[in-house]
Design a protein around this ligand. Sequence first.
Ligand code: SAM
Length: 569
Amino acid sequence: MPPHLPPGIRINHDHHPTHPGKRRSLVATQSFSPGSQIATFSNPLIALPDGASMRTTCNYCLRVGSQDTDSPNGGGGQQQQQQLRACTACKAAVYCNATCQRAHWRAVHKLECKMFTRVRENVGKDWLPTPVRAVAQVLILLKGGDAAVKEAFEAEDGLEANVEGFKAYEEVWKDFELQATAAVVYAGLLEGEEMLAKAREVLCKIQTNAFNRLDADTGMTGIFLDAGLAMVNHSCVPNAFVGFDKRTAVLRAERPIQEGEEITISYIDNMLPTSARHEALKLYHFQCDCPRCWDDLDVYEVCQTSPHIHLNSFSLQPDLSKLQDPPIDRSKVTRAEIEIIYKKWQALTPPQGDDEEELLEFARKRWELCRPLVEARMWAVEPVPTTINQLANRWQTSYKMFVYALPLLCFLSTECDPFKLVAPFKPWRIKGIVAIIKLLALTGEFTASGALATRCTHEGLVGTLATASQVSMCEALLRLAVHHGSIGAAEDWDVLKQAKSMLEDLESLEGREHESNLLRAWAKDPEDPEGAAFFENQVLRPINTLASFAPEILEEMLSRRSPVKQKQK
Ligand SMILES: C[S@@+](CC[C@H](N)C(=O)[O-])C[C@H]1O[C@@H](n2cnc3c(N)ncnc32)[C@H](O)[C@@H]1O
């Protein structure tokens, strides 16, 4: 029996003449506009936090919290987070409340609880590596006769396993053998070779069909497997994407989808150069022949053909002609050189600790590799954006450097993200905007007290912030975040909730009704003459000026020349 699917989608079982290995696919039974919700999946077969965070994440709803203070490792320092209480029997699985604990007990924990007692007695640990726990859960649910798990893992038309494909990679297969054996032993099911073979097959099915559930807010990962969602095939130019909200996966349209069209998502980071994408897809055992792979398109070329460039008229890159005809110089770097740059960049080993000098030296080496792309002004081509992003992330929380993170974040939101992620409602684009808002609020305090110049030697940066209306900038950015967040994210996405409440606070500030009215008019109609002029002059211009400092700041910090020079713009 095929998995139960929500309305709006169906499974296509037709043979793909050009791709016999593709087997089934998910097809839209109605049209979907960009950003709209195609389907939600809230009853997964497997939903696990990753091994290391199973003591700090509710094992049922996957909400991140802090550990019970009675537990051996304590839970201090995270007051705002939900306090989690451990199962009194195994003391390994933790929950945010009794409802979650009961639901997890019914779903699987009554069967796996003893396993954790066994783990503690045998190896003294109170957690298991994620794949081992996932396989063990499936095995004990199969043993317990769970119908949905049997259907997915034992029926002939169940989940794709690709066992022979995995066997071809010796190292991967050795790893699978170890993990499958551990799962069988810990589950208390070591009954012979047949059970071990079953465990290996289960692991192959999990590897092929489960999502790495990355929580965009906390960075926590885990495994999420739903038999219906697992029917979506891959494309490097997908028309849909999956977001996670605790125990629910939401499938959303990224591009317009017509009735009868196949729905595709990207299994990997589809912004990487072609050979890196193919390397990442190796474990799915198929040759991707999407337009990006077929014509070896870079991010700018994919952006140029995107059907939703126009959505950026309400964004930080409203100059649509730039998205249609990007100001880059392809003669400075070939595709083959980009592939080599990426491989060398990836091969550099990051320093182990937090030593500032070592981290800066590492960033310098990475930046040096990016130089041909920088000269071509191909800022949106990896590894340039990730190199800048990593530096911005570090500087944001650095007492000495946080002011310098602001131009970097403005640069990412204007020169990188819109080309990489053309749809402005993609959560990563919204997060980029929210990061700018937070830094504007922080630097605003220093501007008001006149202390900014003591923190930052870049006169252009200090001058721009001194003359800009940071409150209006924040309000405009919040309106962008709330508008696009309401299209492409769950209503109770923390980032969206936070943006909404910050916007309410700003709107209620006395004495700036005029500015607020203009921005409200612009948000209602980005072509409203007065509102648009206000946004252009008071928001976009300072954001672009701040962004324009990023290349020189990066150059001077990372090119082994002098420190940031004092410059008046
Ligand atoms: C998560 S499953 C997707 C559902 C799968 N088609 C099925 O019938 O079970 C992933 C597997 O589907 C196949 N697949 C996914 N995308 C594909 C594509 N673009 N071309 C060919 N095969 C693909 C590969 O075998 C891959 O390992």
